[in-house]
Design a binder for this molecule. Structure first.
Ligand SMILES: Nc1ncnc2c1ncn2[C@@H]1O[C@H](COP(=O)(O)OP(=O)(O)O)[C@@H](O)[C@H]1O
Ligand SMILES: [Mg+2]
Length: 262
């Protein structure tokens, strides 16, 4: 069976408020192809991911489209089941007095918190518990969200995205604000997901966060694709220095990369 492309963008023009962020922007990502989207602040990484999650729409015009899994007009429900989304934005807006298990189950109701009128079934509870276990955070089941550390909250939110068992997952700066240990715990989970055939799109400006399993990197700058291709060809001193506008040196070790001042 042949799958539609995960993302197929042709000549998209995108405004955020008054600002034209993308002008005739084109990009396609094959089904099943995990990618890292790399670039400095303001490059347009989040805007790209928000096009994919339908939080932002392109300007309607001829010879232009944004197709997600082959669909030009997917419903939010179709999207949520197929594509899980984790961003730091979501973390801030969450209802504070909800338990860890509640956060995970709230994903089924697409709400940012469980409310009394939403009945939770035994099956949903079981599913939520299984996910907490998978993420190694069973101990957070009854903890209150507001009492959790940023890293613990972030892992619960990942659980929330996983409750639909989506084939694709979008991570926008998933480790922002996390300390080293929380960062690496998070990245371990990312690698576990990649090992289970999940497709991951990861936007970050931290080169060391790109899991070895991800081959394709899309370098973005000023709302444009600066370069797009294989990690081994693009994560070089030259590309990184030009991308971030500062002299950099890239070191590679065991499939991971790191940049240092040159
Ligand atoms: N709500 C907004 N209103 C106006 N401009 C915005 C808004 N959000 C983002 N932008 C602008 O869009 C550009 C791309 O931003 P963004 O996609 O958030 O970049 P990145 O995620 O790579 O840091 C930036 O120039 C930013 O200032
Ligand atoms: Mg961003």
């Amino acid at each position: 069976m042949s799958h539609p492309k995960l993302l197929d963008i042709l000549n998209a023009t995108v405004y955020r408020d008054e600002k034209k962020v993308f002008d005739d922007f084109s990009l396609s990502i094959e089904y099943g192809q995990s990618c890292a989207i790399i670039g400095p602040n303001g490059a347009g990484k989040s805007t790209l991911l928000k096009l994919l999650s339908r939080e932002i729409y392109p300007v309607a015009k001829n010879n232009s489209f944004v197709k997600i899994l082959g669909m030009e007009m997917p419903t939010l429900w179709e999207l949520r089941e197929k594509i899980g989304l984790i961003s730091a934005d979501l973390q801030v807006g969450f209802v504070p007095d909800i338990s860890g298990l509640g956060v995970v189950i709230s994903g089924l109701h697409n709400s940012i918190g469980l409310f009394h009128h939403q009945e939770i079934t035994e099956l949903e509870l079981k599913r939520g518990e299984k996910i907490l276990e998978y993420l190694g955070i069973k101990s957070l089941a009854n903890c209150l969200y507001r009492q959790m550390s940023t890293g613990q909250q972030r892992r619960c939110l990942l659980g929330r995205a996983l409750i639909h068992d989506p084939d694709h997952m979008i991570f926008d700066e998933p480790t922002s604000g996390l300390d080293l240990s929380a960062t690496y715990q998070y990245l371990d989970i990312l690698r576990k997901l990649l090992g289970q055939e999940k497709t991951i799109l990861l936007a970050t400006h931290h080169i060391h966060e790109i899991p070895p399993e991800i081959e394709r990197v899309i370098l973005m700058r000023d709302g444009k694709i600066f370069a797009d291709g294989c990690k081994t060809e693009l994560l070089t001193d030259q590309y990184m220095s030009r991308l971030f506008d500062v002299p950099l040196r890239v070191v590679a070790l065991a499939g991971f990369y790191q940049v240092l001042p040159a």
